[in-house]
Each structure stands twice: as C-alpha cells, then as structure tokens.
Design a protein around this ligand. Structure first.
Ligand code: MTE
Ligand code: LUZ
Ligand code: MOS
Length: 757
C-alpha cells in the first residue's frame, strides 16, 4: 500500500502549520533572543520597538500569569529569560505585529543591557567545573577491575563526536488563537501534543482541559520536535491569550538553527581489553555529554547511551559512565538514535584503535564479539531472537564481502592518490522508551453509519508513514477496504496524554491500540450479525472483504448493512483503546531490568573512495541486511532505512557544527552546514530484508524502523578511516567525528613527512 500522504505531498496540498489559512486579525510573532551565551540582564527597553507601526504588543516574562517554566523531565527551563541568559538564542521576548516585517523591524529596536558572564562551551570544561544537569550514571557488568590483568591487549584512547542539526523541512512553529470561555487552541509542529498542552497550561496558569493542541502532520521532526516544539507553542499561546488575538510564530531557517538544540556532542575516554584471540574481555568508557543550558531530554538521552554502550557486542566486563554536562549552548535534545549513536561510535572507535595497534582487520574483532542468543546486556536483559550473527553472515555471503575485500586491496595497490576502504557495521538497537511509563498508546475509532471509519491516535505523522501503517492494521483487522478510512489529526481533545511520537515506537504503541479498538468493535458487530443471521455463536461469524460469513459460508449480509443494523440495535460503533507494552520493566536503583520490547538488528557493508590529494571522499556502496521482522510495508520501511542511513552518514562525515569560544554557532545557514544531498548518496545502495520471524510485540510482527538504521552511517566513518590509513599507514588515529573533508585532508598529511623520508 502506498503512503496515504503521497498524493497531497506531491501536489503541494499537505497542510503544515504555516498552511493553515490565517484567521482575521492574526498577528505574526518574532522572537527577540539573547545575543550572549551567558549573562545577567540589567535592563530591557521596549519603548522604541513599541513605536513601530503595526506592533500590537511585546510579550515578556512579566506577562506570565502562571509559571515561567517549561522544563519536562526537570523543571529548569524558563520559557523566556527573566534575570539571566544561558545561551545564544534564548528567547527574551516575543514581538507581535500585523506583519512579519513590522515585527522584525521592532525586534531590531529592542534595547537590552546584559552583563556578560563567562560561558562554558564544551562538556569537558563543564565536567571540570562540576556543572551537571543530573548526577552521573554508570552501568556495570562483571568486574573490570580484576579482569584487566587477564587481558592480552589493553587499548586506551579518547574520542569525540559532534552534534547534528535536525534540518526538518518544516521549521519550528505554532499558531494559537483564543476560543470562547477562556479556552485556547494551538496548532503546533510538535511530536508531543501532551508536552505542549502541559507546558502551555502551566505558563498561562490555566488547567489543561482549556487548551486544545492539534497536529495535522509535521514536516519532519527527527526528535527535534519531541521537546523543542514546546517553547514556540507556549510563546504563541501566551501572546494569543494575552493579546486576545490569533498569533502565528514560525521560525526562519536561520532562527531555527540558532535558537534550537541539536544532537548532543560527546567526548569520550575509553579503555578496551582483549584476549589473545581478540575476544573483548573488558571495556570501560567515560562519556561526557554536552547537554546545553538545561535538561530538556538529556537525562533520557544519557540513559540510552548507557543502554547502547556495548552496541552489538557481548562484553562480559563493562563499566559505562555518562556525565550530563551543563554548558551555555541551546539545550541539546532528542535526535534520531537518541544517545545511542554516541555510545555505539565510541566502542567502534576503540575496536578500530585496537585493530590498528594490533595490525589486524577491524572486522576480525567485530565478528568474534557479536552478540549470540541469550547473551546478556550490561543491563541484564538477554538478547532474544538475536539476529546479530545472522545479519552479519547474511551480509557477508549475499554481498560477497570476500570478493569486495580483494577488489579493494587490488585497487589500493594500483592507486596512489585514491584509496578505498571497506567496513562492516553491525547494528543492535533496543525498541521501547527507556522510561517504562512512556510505553503506552491510544486509539479512538468511530464507525459512521455509512460504513466508513475515522481513526485518531496519539501518534504524530512526520513523514515516517505511521498513519499508513495504522490504517493498514485497522483495515486488516476489520477486513474492509482501506478506502473506507480517514486518519484524523492528532488532537488532545480526542486522545489525552499521549506519549511523544518517539523512540521509534509510534506504530507499535498506537497501531496495537488501534487493533484493540477494531477488535472490540468487531466483537460487537459480530454479536449483531449473530442475531441477524439467527446464528448461535458469534465465534462462527467472520467478516472477510466486507462480506459476513457464517461457519465459513458466505451470507447476504454486507459490511454496510451490518453497520446499519448495529446502529439500529443501539450498539456502540465507537471505541477508545489503550495499549501498554507488556513484559518491560527497569529498576533505576540497580540499573538492571528488561527495558526493551525487542531489539532490531542489521549489518551494513560500506565501501568508500578517498581522494587523498583533496581530502574528499565518495561513498561507493552501502549494502544492508536489515531485520524488519515481517514488514507490513516494505516500501515505507526501506524509505526509512535509506533516509536514516543518509542522515547517519551526514552525522559521521560532512555535518559539522562549529561553535566558537563565546558559545556562538559560526554558521546558521545550510550552505555552510552541509547535509547530504543526492550527489552525496552512495552510488550503490541496497537494502535486503533479513529472513526472520515476526516479533509478537511489534505491530503485526513488523519491527520498529524509524531510528535504528541511522547507526549504519557509523560504518562510513570507519571505511573512510581505513582508506586514509592505506594512504598514510602512520596516520595519527584521531577518533573524532564528523570526518569532514577538511579534517580528512589535514590528517592525511599530518605524519606524512616521515613517510617521504
Ligand atoms: N522519518 C521522517 N520522514 N521524518 C521524521 O521526522 N523521525 C524519525 C523516524 N523517521 C522521522 C522519520 C524518528 S527520530 C523517530 S523516533 C521515528 O521516525 C518516529 O516515528 P515512529 O515511532 O512512527 O517510527
Ligand atoms: N525519547 C524518550 C526517546 O523520551 N525516551 C526514549 O527512550 C527515546 N528513545 C529514542 C528517541 N526518543
Ligand atoms: Mo525520535 S529521536 O525518538 O523523535
């Protein structure tokens, strides 16, 4: 089934926040933000700004009747700066005017006097200054202390991984307007209607039931709208409520890049111990997370780094620590992978360093340490239906890795200035919110009297195709045509308290709830059919392709007629269902439990060519064996793998956030901050589904796919590094991502002088 959004997307008819026809008297909001990363506000002067023609009001901390507080996990985030500013781009005021031009002009006339304080920019600096968001956490298994002496090889080192800008196509924004009886409606480009509703209620000082949050779809979120859609929605809401007029606030691309948080940069100190036959015996890592100025979801991101610290490998003795460090940057936030890519990168970096030190191929170490069935993760959950080796072996065979190896070696002996590198990347990613309580989904299904069906769930469509999957699940359960369905906007009045659409779990949680609702409706419809057909047992009734069968025999009763009869019989044609993932639990005191419904596996084979004169590179080939379970929509799922892979490759290669010592992002445009484009796409890209069993906790056996494949991008980094070492065997192994062209060029020649002697 094709994605149900493709028609309106292609025709430009899909509705995003900025496409909602404005109501009369709509004001445009423009954010006035801090120009300094750290400072004390001494005075603000709006007088000149208020003189600008068309300006109707400037909203600041003093207009807040409730609390100036929008923090989710921790209450440490002001909506607007009151006494201090903590990062460049921190909102101080919202200028509201009849036109965007007038609002911008007025914003430029606001005078603010800020006493500059010293900003902390890097995680290591914050760690030294003991500035933390939450206390550090450690996952431990076995006993590293006593095991080091049994290791044949011990490798230590440092690594760095940069952040990443989300570059969702639709920038952050919201449209809010007052409703009767002191109510407020907010259209927000958010992944989490509940967070917007909860924070707006708190800021306005009104109860949640008076605020309705609606999301039709969003133009990409990638995690950037899990927590960080909230400030803009609250600002628009506060202005609309205060000025009693509709207020639209949509960030420009540059504002969005400057003001919003990104993927967390991490710094690492690692130590790896191997046996003589290259088995991992010991692994210790200290991870320094650059959280930015307030908590946002950083404590949860930190947790996922801990969970994925051993990646796809079995490590008998491990100690993984994450420090969530508080800096003067915009609060870093959720981003596809959510802390896992960082944890997975550093262990890979350690394996690479070990391989280089010992003169073996990294693949040898990887292969010998892959998870096997029943192996326990450091958090105690056992790997069940573990496909790690199966993916690796399948990739090795089907993609002819032996042959690729010799082709690459052959190329490298024949070429001096161009070198190729080959890597494999084994993936293992846990599915479920690591916070158990978030693992719940809801669905509201109405059957109308003409036999058509309306579905609302707690999930937000952001391009991942979740609504299509939910529709498929409902159509299969009721056995009626997909044409009979409409999926409606995500709305707090229809679905209360939904978890954010995140952790790749949207389809599982809300799809399962939809199936439950459909099953309940089906049971009632069958009861009515039973009476109509004078049958004894509803279990003998079946609906197949819109026709009712009795004891396997087709009857004259159709779907439409049965719906009509059900309404006549005064039997409910609506159902609201709630699903909570069974099995999962986690004990934070012991850091042990069974937090994930299941794991997703896969293996990526990557070949790159590095131009060693210029430091540029091409990704020649990425071939992936991916564990989809049994996909219900392979087109959508392969699209997810391809998109995530490109995002992952960008993260590891060309996407670099340059931040200066004053905490200022050097570039806020997409011509300097480069994301992969079509020319950067691997020349050959192949995604093969692993032949495997469906998983009971996945929607119809179809495993979650949103985030895991991003991590395949890690393979590209190590393929490039391997190619670079072919050119310069004495290459200093700087384990810092992203490996931009510039860094690649500089490292290639760092020790090259010695080589020429
Ligand atoms: N795909 C598109 N096209 N746009 C997005 O914003 N977000 C990703 C992934 N795929 C995203 C996407 C992220 S970060 C997550 S968590 C999942 O989709 C969320 O959707 P799901 O739970 O329905 O998989
Ligand atoms: N968000 C969250 C997430 O709150 N908890 C998670 O575990 C998570 N995982 C991935 C992405 N977003
Ligand atoms: Mo995705 S980072 O869970 O929104």
């Amino acid at each position: 089934m094709i994605n149900i959004d493709s028609r309106t997307h292609v025709r430009g008819e899909s509705i995003y926040v900025n496409d909602i026809p404005p109501r009369e008297d709509t004001l445009i909001g423009v954010v006035f933000a801090s120009p300094l990363a750290h400072g004390r506000i001494k005075s603000i002067d709006f007088s000149e700004a208020l003189q600008v023609d068309g300006v109707e009001g400037i909203i600041s901390a003093k207009d807040i009747k409730g609390e100036n507080q929008i923090g989710g996990i921790i209450q440490d985030e002001e909506l607007v700066a009151d006494k201090t500013v903590d990062y460049i781009g921190m909102p101080i005021a919202l200028v509201c005017a009849k036109t965007g031009r007038a609002a911008r002009k007025a914003a430029s006339k606001i005078k603010v006097d800020i006493e500059e304080l010293h900003p902390i920019v890097t995680a290591r600096e914050a760690h030294a200054a003991k500035k933390f968001i939450v206390p550090s956490r450690t996952f431990k298994t076995g006993d590293t202390d006593s095991e080091w002496k049994n290791c044949a090889h011990v490798i230590e080192g440092q690594a760095e991984m940069g952040g990443q800008e989300h570059v969702y196509l639709e920038t952050q924004g919201a449209y809010a307007y007052p409703m009767e009886n002191d109510c407020l409606k907010i259209h927000s480009s958010t992944q989490a209607t509940k967070y917007v509703q909860r924070a707006a209620a708190k800021v306005l000082g009104i109860p949640m039931h008076r605020i309705e949050v609606d999301v039709n779809r969003i133009g990409g979120g990638f995690g950037g709208k899990e927590d960080q859609a909230t400030p803009w929605a609250c600002l628009a809401g506060l202005a609309a409520y205060t000025l009693k007029k509709p207020v639209k606030l949509v960030l420009s691309r540059a504002e969005d890049i400057r003001m919003t948080g990104k993927r967390h940069p991490y710094s690492f100190d690692f130590k790896l111990g191997l046996s003589k036959d290259l088995k991992i015996l010991c692994y210790e890592v200290q991870c320094f997370q650059n959280a930015g100025a307030c908590a946002d979801v950083s404590p949860a991101v930190m947790e996922r780094t801990l969970f994925h610290g051993t990646a796809s490998y079995f490590v008998p003795n491990a100690r993984i620590t994450v420090h969530s460090c508080k800096t003067n940057l915009p609060p870093n936030t959720a981003f596809r992978g959510f802390g896992a890519p960082q944890g997975m990168f550093v262990i890979e970096a350690a394996l690479m360093k070990a391989a280089a030190t010992l003169g073996v191929d990294m693949m040898e170490i990887q292969k010998r340490n892959l998870l096997s069935e029943g192996d326990r993760f450091p958090y105690d959950q056992a790997a069940k239906n573990c496909n790690a080796r199966k993916c690796w072996d399948t990739a090795w065979e089907t993609f002819g890795v032996e042959k690729l190896k010799s082709e690459v070696a052959d190329f490298n002996t024949k070429n001096t200035l161009f070198k190729k590198g080959l890597s494999l990347y084994p993936l293992c990613f846990g599915i479920s919110f690591t916070k158990t309580s978030l693992n719940q989904g809801r669905s509201l299904v109405h059957i109308y009297s003409d036999g058509t069906v309306s579905i609302t769930t707690g999930v937000v469509e952001m391009g991942q195709g979740v609504n299509t999957k939910i529709l498929q699940a409902a159509a299969l359960t009721l056995s009626i045509s997909p044409k009979r369905f409409t999926i409606h906007s995500t709305n707090t009045s229809r679905i209360a308290n939904p978890s954010p659409t995140a952790a790749s779990s949207g389809a599982d949680l809300n799809g399962k709830a939809t199936i439950m609702a459909c099953q309940a409706l089906l049971a009632r419809l069958k009861g009515v059919a039973c009476q109509e057909l004078r049958a004894q047992d509803p279990d003998d009734i079946e609906i197949k392709d819109e026709v009712i069968y009795h004891k396997g025999k087709k009857t004259d009763l159709t779907w439409e007629r049965l719906v009509f009869l059900t309404e006549e019989a005064r039997v409910a044609l609506s159902e609201h269902a709630h699903y909570a993932t069974p099995i999962i639990h986690f004990n934070k005191a012991t850091e042990k439990g069974h937090p994930f419904a299941y794991h997703v596996y896969g293996t990526a084979v990557t070949v790159v060519t590095v131009d060693c004169l210029r430091g540029t590179y091409n990704v020649d080939l990425v071939k992936i064996v991916h564990d989809f379970g049994s996909s219900i929509n392979l087109d959508i799922d392969i699209g997810q793998v391809e998109g995530a892979l490109l995002q992952g490759i960008g993260l590891m290669t060309i996407e670099e956030l340059l931040i200066d010592q004053k905490g200022k992002l050097v570039y806020d445009d997409l011509s300097s901050y480069k994301v992969p484009d079509i020319y950067f796409t691997p020349q050959t890209l192949e995604v093969n589904p692993l032949d495997t069993k469906p998983d009971a906790l996945a929607l119809l056996g179809s495993k979650a796919v949103g985030e895991p494949p991003l991590m395949y991008g890690i393979g590209t980094y190590f393929a490039i590094l391997k190619a670079m070492r072919e050119f310069n065997p004495q290459l200093k192994l700087e384990l810092w991502a992203p490996m931009t062209h510039q860094k690649c060029l500089m490292s290639l020649y760092d020790n090259y002088g010695d080589l020429l002697k």
